[in-house]
Structure formats: structure tokens, C-alpha cells
Design a protein around this ligand. Structure first.
Ligand SMILES: NC(=O)c1ccc[n+]([C@@H]2O[C@H](COP(=O)([O-])OP(=O)(O)OC[C@H]3O[C@@H](n4cnc5c(N)ncnc54)[C@H](OP(=O)(O)O)[C@@H]3O)[C@@H](O)[C@H]2O)c1
Length: 272
């Protein structure tokens, strides 16, 4: 039951009504006996500044930030973690005694998800997609792996070269070339979200490839379905969502919720 001591957390985005974060975080607060609640706030871009003033004025303890605010929210924060400053993206805000800190947990979430299937370090990783999520994942994984990013808009892939990441155009020829080299394939495009499309022709998938799709609607995308049929190890996008949520929760509270509990709550949320 909420009382005068209850702390408030939430996610801001536009739209945000589909978000699974409230069910995951509220399940974790309950399981850990933390007196807090987590809500979804639909904030249009032109009200972002007002919303962040509201966070300060009301003493909201922490936020997740989702599209389209991950870059713009930086203007309203007092400090940034090194990773979020480098990639220019924030998905977690921590209110520490009135000072708003920006962090990004998307990359770490993807790392933990991938570690379910393969030990990382010195791996050859092909990421397709250099949007907000692709960039965060590429930056994180390039710390200890060789990373190539292919993107439809070439300049966005090339912009990652300052981190020592090789960037190239997303086309069939490059997919063929880099998939011969890669041990891990990550789809960070939105191709296959709520549709039966795949960004990678099935004949290019070798059975010794680990394939992760960061899309989680549907949970088993066409890419993951075809990869499984080819004999590849696969990781779905819900694992990334769960682990980025766990990292945000840890930043806010110092506690690490159980991954099975978070995933179970998210799965229930998806099926509703
Ligand atoms: N599992 C998780 O925790 C998690 C977290 C974040 C995002 N996601 C999912 O990841 C996906 C990408 O999210 P985002 O935030 O990075 O979005 P974003 O910034 O809008 O980036 C979209 C990416 O998809 C590419 N793309 C879109 N349509 C394409 C097409 N027809 N052919 C080739 N490439 C195409 C874009 O290429 P261009 O640059 O050429 O436009 C860009 O690289 C979404 O489906 C989102 O739901 C999952």
C-alpha cells in the first residue's frame, strides 16, 4: 500500500503505454519489500523540460527514459556517466539529493543477455542497426570485442568509427561478407518488430553463429525462428529488456532484482 513514505519512479516516453517497465519494476519492488511504485508518464517532446522540472520539484527518485527522449533529456540533467556522455544517450536518471544523474544501461543489458549464450571477450560481433540501441550496444561490446556495424544509412555506421568500431552499409553483399567473419549477429534494427520480416536472408545464417534479436514483439521474431531452424543459439530481446531494467534498478536502489522474476512479470505484461 502506498503511504507518505512511498518513493516514486517511472518511465518517460512518447508513446509509452506499451511499456513493460512498470510491470517489471513494480514486481521487483514488491518482491524486495521496497516501499516504492513505478508509473508510466507519456511526455510529448515539447513538454520534456517541464517534466524534468517536475521530477526535481516533486522529488521523483528515478526514471527510465525511452524514445524519443533519450538524447534530448541530457540538456536537463546535472551530470552524466562516462558511457552516456560518449554515446549521447540516457535511459536511466537517478535523483541523488536533488541532483539528476544520467546513465545508460542499454549496452550493459545487451551484454548480460548475450552472456547467456556465449562468453564475451575477443569475439567477432556483427551488429546491424546504428540507431539509438545499436549505437549503445556497439559501444559497450567494443570495449572487449571486435565489432562491425552495418546500417542502412551509412553515415550513422561510419560515425561509430571514432570508437574503433568498423562501420559499413547494410546490404546483401556486406551481410554475406561479414557473416562469414562473425561469431555473433545482433539485430538492432526495427525490421521484424510487429511484423514477419527479417533483415538477414536465412541462407546466410551458419549454425555456429549466436544470433540475438533485440526486438521483443514478437518474442520469437522471424530472424530468431529461422536462426533456430538453422541450428544457431539464439537470445531474444526480452532478455536485454530485463537486464537493462535490472541495471537501472541497481542504480536507483543498490539492490539487484531476480532476473526470472523480472522476465516473468514482463512475459505476463506482453501477453496482456
Ligand atoms: N530489447 C530492448 O531492451 C530494446 C531496447 C531498445 C530498443 N529495442 C528495439 O530495438 C529496435 C531499434 O530501436 P532504436 O531505439 O535503436 O530505434 P531507432 O533509433 O529508431 O533505430 C532504428 C534502426 O533500424 C534501422 N531500420 C529501420 N527500418 C529499416 C529498414 N527497413 N531496413 C533497414 N534498417 C532499418 C534504422 O536504420 P537508419 O539509421 O538507416 O534509419 C536504425 O538503424 C526497436 O524495434 C526497439 O523496439 C529493444
Amino acid at each position: 500500500m502506498a503511504d507518505a513514505e512511498t518513493r516514486l519512479y517511472g518511465v518517460i516516453g512518447f508513446p509509452v503505454r506499451h511499456s513493460l517497465s512498470p510491470v517489471m519494476h513494480n514486481a521487483a519492488f514488491k518482491a524486495l519489500g521496497i516501499n516504492a511504485i513505478y508509473l508510466a508518464f507519456e511526455v510529448p517532446p515539447e513538454r520534456l523540460g517541464d517534466a524534468m522540472e517536475g521530477v526535481r520539484a516533486l522529488g521523483i527518485s528515478g526514471l527510465n527514459v525511452t524514445m524519443p527522449h533519450k538524447g534530448a533529456v541530457i540538456h536537463f540533467l546535472d551530470s552524466l556517466s562516462e558511457d552516456s556522455g560518449e554515446i549521447g544517450s540516457v535511459n536511466t536518471v537517478v535523483n541523488r539529493k536533488g541532483k539528476l544523474e544520467g546513465h545508460t544501461t542499454d549496452g550493459l543489458g545487451a551484454r548480460r543477455a548475450l552472456e547467456r549464450a556465449i562468453e564475451l571477450g575477443g569475439r567477432k560481433i556483427l551488429i546491424i542497426g546504428a540507431g539509438g540501441a545499436g549505437k549503445a550496444i556497439a559501444y559497450e561490446l567494443s570495449k572487449d570485442n571486435e565489432v562491425v556495424v552495418l546500417n542502412r544509412t551509412l553515415e550513422k555506421a561510419k560515425a561509430l568509427e571514432r570508437f574503433g568500431i568498423m562501420g559499413d552499409a547494410l546490404n546483401r553483399e556486406n551481410l554475406g561478407k561479414y557473416l562469414e567473419w562473425a561469431e555473433v549477429l545482433i539485430n538492432a534494427t526495427s525490421v521484424g518488430m510487429n511484423s514477419w520480416e527479417t533483415p538477414v536472408p536465412t541462407e546466410l545464417l551458419r549454425k555456429d553463429l549466436v544470433v540475438m534479436d533485440i526486438i521483443y514483439k514478437p518474442l520469437k521474431t522471424r530472424l530468431l525462428t529461422e536462426a533456430e531452424l538453422r541450428g544457431c543459439k539464439t537470445v531474444d530481446g526480452l532478455w536485454m529488456l530485463v537486464y537493462q531494467g535490472i541495471e537501472s534498478f541497481r542504480l536507483w536502489t543498490g539492490f539487484k532484482p531476480d532476473e526470472g522474476l523480472m522476465r516473468g512479470a514482463a512475459l505476463e505484461g506482453i501477453s496482456e
